[in-house]
Design a protein around this ligand. Structure first.
Ligand code: MF3
Ligand code: CO
Length: 246
């Protein structure tokens, strides 16, 4: 569905809260902090901005962010895990303001990391921006995934298939889904007022995934690194507007 100017304005406010969570988390990531400490940083910002968490309680999810180190692709649960130099950590954050949702993720290095890890993060982020770049009215939804996939695969990496982006608005996950690969059909025409969370998950090795016994944590089947970048983006007259930026 499409959203009115007034609705987009609310989503912009939710997006700004998510951007602030990112900013504060970026500063907090260092060797010695636990993923639970990072969740506490995020809780503080939600409280300060009087925003609701869309993650907490979602199908029973127990935290306000997802913390996904190294081979964890997405949905890692914050806890006692202490970050060490050389790790990478994906942090997925969301907020609700006046009933409208924002959702965004990034992957950060913990101290100095391997050249492979750095390149994986750079390529995943640029694949997200390549996807965003096609989000103008009249384009087709699946052009996003085609652009993401091309950047990731040209670099020698692989794109996760089992988890995808999504429309977002008064719920975090709305239809349609936004694959990060070309699914074989062009998909719906993009219109002004469409809002999507685009979120490539890119693996260093095989694209295959495995779900841990906790029912949440998604890891790479081969144990190699994975990165995740996400923004919430509105289709505007003039092209994409990224709502989850400061
Ligand atoms: N933010 C995730 C997404 O990008 C969903 C988080 S699952 C939750 O779709 F349970 F943590 F909320
Ligand atoms: Co999302």
């Amino acid at each position: 569905m499409t959203r009115s100017k007034a609705e987009i304005a609310k989503m912009r406010r939710a997006g700004r809260v998510v951007a602030e969570m990112h900013e504060k988390l970026r500063d907090a990531v260092r060797p010695g902090v636990t993923t639970g400490d990072l969740n506490a940083v995020a809780v503080e910002i939600l409280e300060k901005r009087r925003a609701r968490s869309n993650f907490l309680g979602y199908h029973g999810y127990p935290a306000v962010i997802c913390t996904s180190p190294n081979d964890v692709i997405v949905h890692g649960i914050p806890g006692d895990r202490r970050l060490v130099e050389g790790d990478i950590i994906s942090l997925d954050c969301g907020a609700v303001v006046e009933g409208y949702h924002g959702d965004a993720a990034f992957t950060a290095p913990v101290g100095s990391v391997s050249a492979d890890a750095l390149r994986l993060m750079e390529v995943t982020e640029s694949s997200l921006w390549a996807g965003i770049a096609v989000m103008s009215p009249g384009r087709r939804l699946h052009e996003i995934g085609r652009a993401v996939q091309e950047v990731a695969e040209k670099a020698g990496f692989s794109v996760v298939r089992e988890y995808v982006g999504h429309a977002i608005g008064t719920q975090m996950h709305e239809d349609p889904q936004v694959p990060n690969y070309w699914p074989g059909t062009p998909g719906p025409v993009l219109k002004v007022g469409h809002v999507f969370a685009v979120e490539p998950m890119v693996n260093l090795g095989s694209p295959r995934t495995r779900l841990l016994r906790d029912g949440w944590t998604v890891v790479t089947a081969d144990g190699k690194l994975s990165a995740h970048f996400e923004h919430t983006i509105a289709v505007g007259d003039g092209g994409p507007e990224v709502l989850t930026l400061a």
